[in-house]
Structures are given as structure tokens and as C-alpha cells.
Design a protein around this ligand. Sequence first.
Ligand code: GBH
Length: 506
Amino acid sequence: MRAIILSVLLVSCYALPKHERKFPDDFLFGTATASYQIEGGWNADGKGENIWDRMTHTRPEVIRDLSNGDEAADSYNNYKRDVEMMRELGLDAYRFSLSWARILPNGIANEVNKPGVEFYNNYINEMLKYNITPMVTLYHWDLPQKLQDLGGFTSPLFPEWFEDYARVVFDSFGDRVKHWITFNEPREICYEGYGSTTKAPILNATDVGIYLCAKHLVLGHARAYHAYDKDFRASQGGTCGITISVNWFGPLTDSDEDHLAAEIRRQAEWGLYAEPIFSEEGGFPKELSDKVAQNSKEQGYPRSRMPEFTEDEKEFIRGASDFFGVNHYTAYLISGDEQYKTWYPKPSLYDDADVGSYTPPEWPQSASVWLKQAPNSIYNALTHISEKYNYPLIYITENGWSSHPDSGLEDDDRITYYRAALNNVLDTIEAGVNLKGYMAWSLMDNFEWMEGFLERFGLYHVDFESAEKVRTPRKSAFVYKEIIRSRMIDPNYEPPSRTMWIDEGH
Ligand code: GBH
């Protein structure tokens, strides 16, 4: 029956010219941001120090332009303007994150910082006034420094610290917030923060850092999920999920070797976090854990560098998510052939995976080295996880394009990227994927982590030199606004002239 309905839908949709296909009425269009990247107010009103404060203040040279997020876009003081921008765009939803140390200065739930809670209350209430649905991430990379000093994500105590924090958050905001995301991008937290040097706390424990972090992160997620399920869901009626970065990793050629290489790479990128939560069997992905166990043995480790879950833990984690949040930006073609492999530290995740990758030179390049516009990558990634994990509810919680700081307001490359991505979203929905929302990264320019202010992802330009951190819509903001308004992608739509954008924008 389902197959028949699907094929009828497919036929009728494909019969429409591409730009007349419509997004469903209940599809949530939004934008996304993260606390450390926009808020500023790094030590305002009792906020505690976090790992990005500590790293940028003590090791400023790790940030490409030597900047930091002390002020960022100063959303701590500009939150009303932020919500005004959401209204200008006509957003259904807004995804943002909470600064753990702004709420719990030491990370531990013994002392709640009232002004921190009040800031988020104001932000949320301002959105709700205009019918904008808040989608709230509990953790987008800014761990309280005190918890880092105690081991951070490598500590077996991490899951309970996170549950305690989550309970404070659900209790404070859950009467109004119905979409919770525990973690943003486990891979970036664990690989970039613990297994290499591309994010705070730049631990570079290449052998075990990522695997220890992965275990405690997933357990922490499950504890927060069950806390919500048991003690908050009945009275608050919301949902709780996790956001994982799912770029597409497909085989370079149709050979069995490349298909296997692509599968291993997917396990290394996102299977480590998705498999324990969304698969039937639970636990870490099979092929990758076998490889790590084998390598560990050969390297003289007394046990696998990848820890195991107990059967009880597996059971506790399996199915502990109401939706699958996907951050998606690009794709890579994966090969088992030696000529595509590069050097990685030994031992490390990528040495364990031992596969090569390639991106065609004709894919358009953004201002970020890692971000190219790849064809059909949303469709490939989302149909893949849908089939693998039995059609979970999915939100795209980030997708976007970077430009150079001096590239101005006429961002035609970003418009091209968004139109292609959103057409691909329609293809994906038509293929039967249970996709219910799309958050553009980002509402505005912000502190782009190690790249400082040198890469801009905003629909709104931010003048970081100005005291007020003045926000001005780019051309892409008007295109996105029209897509949201019409629920269609008109490839010929031209926004009004730039003078009008500014008039309309203020
Ligand atoms: C997202 O990460 C983040 O959630 C968001 O905070 C961020 O602003 C946005 O994307 C744009 O970057 O070139 O070796 O230094 C996307 C995942 C993590 C992929 C950083 C590229 C840099 C690798 N990205 N990573 S490297």
C-alpha cells in the first residue's frame, strides 16, 4: 500500500516543472546559530569560563586571524534584533544553542546562574511572540572549563554531568521549547577536539581520544533522552534528538573495494555515533571496530583502543532519539586505492579507517577548503540513512555556504548553493524520506571557530568592527525569504534592488 501511494506521489510530483514543486505546509524552514559563535558576553553577569574562552585567551595563535568570540555578534545584547531578522525572513523556526557555562558556571548543577537563564528566557519569549518555533541545542562545543579540567568527554562521569545539566535546561525552558537537540556534531566534538587539533580543547590524543569521547558522548545523550522521556515528556510534550554531521561519502568507482572503503569511511565519520542510537543491533559499527581491535593488537595495546558498551548500555542507548538531526554541507568520493590515500598519524581514526578520498575539481569551491558544492549529496546521504535506520524522522539542522569577508552583499554563489540544495531536499522528500525541516547555516555571519571571522556563512552580513555589530541582509536572505513565503523555488526570482533590501531590512 505504502509503495503504491509513494509511486503515485512520485509520478505526480515529477510531472511538475521543477520550480513549481512545493514544500509541504508543515515543513519547518529556519536558520541556525550557536552560542559561542554569536553571543559574546563571554564573562557577562556570572557566566563561567568555557573551553573556547580558555583556548582563545591562552593560545590566540590557533585562530587564523587571532580573534576570539569575546564579543562575536553580541547577540547577548542584540537578541531583539536577531528576532527581528527572523521575522524579516518569515522563519517558521530558529535553531540556536545554550552556553552551558552561562547557565551553570562550573558545569555542575549545584549553582544556577539566574541572569544566564533570564537571557535565554528573553530570547525564547521574543521568538514565541512572533510564532517562531525555537529548536534548542544543549551543546554546541562550549564545555565549561571546570569540566574539561576533570577530563571533559573522556571522563566516565561525563554522562551524568550532562544529564544533570539537561534536567536544569528542560526544567527552565521546556514549558516553551518542544524541539531539543542534545549534541551538535559528535564527530567534530570527538575527532576534532580530542583526536586532532582542529577544535578546542585541541587534545590531539590521536590513538584513543575520539573513541573514549564517542562512548561517553553517546551515553550522555541517552541519559538526557531518558531523563526527558521519563520526567518531562508527559507534562511538556516535546521531542528530543541529536544532530550528527552527515556529509555524503560515496564510492569513487563501482568496484567492491571502493564500496567497502566508502562504508568504512561512513562508519568513521558518522556511524560511530549513529549506529549505537539508530541501528537495530546497537553498539559501535562492526567493520570499523574490527579494524581498530586488530590494529590495537598489532600495535601492542592490551585492549582495543575503541572501548565497548556493556549489553545494558547498548540497550539503554538503542532507539534513544525521537529524530535524526543532520548537518549536511558537502560530499567526498571514497576509494580503497593507494593513490588516493594521504598521511595520517599512527595510530589514529583515519589510520584505522585506511581509505582514500577525492573531490572532483569541477565542484564549485566556497571560501572554506573543505566545502565544495557537490551534486545530489543531500539526496544520497538522506536516502541512505533512511534505508539503513528504518525511515526515522529527520531534520536538516544545518546546511550552508561560506564566502570571503570582503565579498559584499551580492552573494550569487550562496544563492546557487541554496537553490540546488533545496531542490535536492524536494527530491529527497519525494523519494519517501521523512524529512520535516531545513535550517540554513547561518542566520548571520559569526565566529567561524579556527577560521575566526575569515569565513562568512551568514544570510545577514555582520559588521564586526561596529559597536552595535550591525546586521545587513545579503541578497541570499531575500531569495530564502521568497522560498519560505511561496514554498517554492523559482529559479528566475530576482530580489528587489539593494537599496530596497536595506529599506526592507530595517
Ligand atoms: C558546522 O560544522 C558547525 O556545526 C558550525 O558551528 C560551523 O560554523 C559550520 O559547520 C560551518 O563550518 O578544514 O580540517 O579544519 C561543519 C563541519 C567542521 C567541517 C570543521 C569542516 C574543518 C576541518 N565542519 N571542519 S579542517
